[in-house]
Design a protein around this ligand. Structure first.
Ligand code: FES
Length: 196
């Protein structure tokens, strides 16, 4: 990987992170552990990407790049998980009937482990990147807001499982990519055959 390319990737991720943290009130951590990133050629071919989540604190969101897309890993607190339960009647596909997640993530929290949400951070409407909005953003988001993500392009809202709110321009939920756990502190994005 050339230095220029690393710089560009870093700049893109910093920009994405700044957008998330600035609007969110949700802490964001983006570890720049470049050594475990695959080569440019391997990434272009869709190679899986390992994410070290061992230092991700409750409530934090980490962004990794996979196949040129941002993938979010959010460590959800109990309150965040409760908010997903309470959002069932606000979202258009509460049971994730549209197959936008692997079978093992077709459950209440759309995840393998309830604590960790793994999503492709690209809006299902026209491809913008939504921003995290904590429950403290109610003044902006409305009194019944429970926390989640807002797409800045046309206002689609998603809950903390990536389920789209009713009436939003986005037609379906956010994608859950194939993934697996190599250990408690390492997620493999893009491959669900190697780990648990
Ligand atoms: S691209 Fe997200 S609402 Fe249109």
């Amino acid at each position: 990987m050339s230095e220029k390319k690393i710089d560009n990737t870093r700049r893109n991720l910093i920009a994405a992170t700044a957008a998330l943290s600035g609007a969110a009130g949700v802490a964001v951590a983006v570890p720049f552990a470049w050594s475990w990133w695959p080569s440019e050629r391997a990434k272009a071919a869709g190679a899986p990407v390992q994410a070290d989540i061992s230092n991700l604190a409750p409530g934090e969101l980490q962004v990794v790049e996979w196949r040129g897309k941002p993938v979010w890993i959010m460590r959800r607190t109990k309150e965040m998980l409760d908010s997903v339960k309470k959002s069932d009647d606000r979202v258009s596909d509460p049971k994730s009937e549209v197959p936008l997640q692997p079978e093992y993530a077709k459950n209440e929290y759309r995840s393998i482990k309830p604590e960790y949400l793994v999503l492709v951070g690209i809006c299902s409407h026209l491809g913008c990147s939504p921003q995290a909005k904590s429950i403290d953003a109610r003044a902006e988001m409305g009194a019944d807001w429970l926390g989640g993500f807002l797409c800045p392009c046309h206002g689609s809202k998603f809950d903390l499982a990536g389920r789209v709110y009713k009436g939003a321009p986005a037609p379906v939920n956010l994608d859950v990519p194939p993934h697996s756990y190599l250990s408690d502190g390492t997620i493999l994005i893009g491959d669900d055959k190697k780990g648990a």
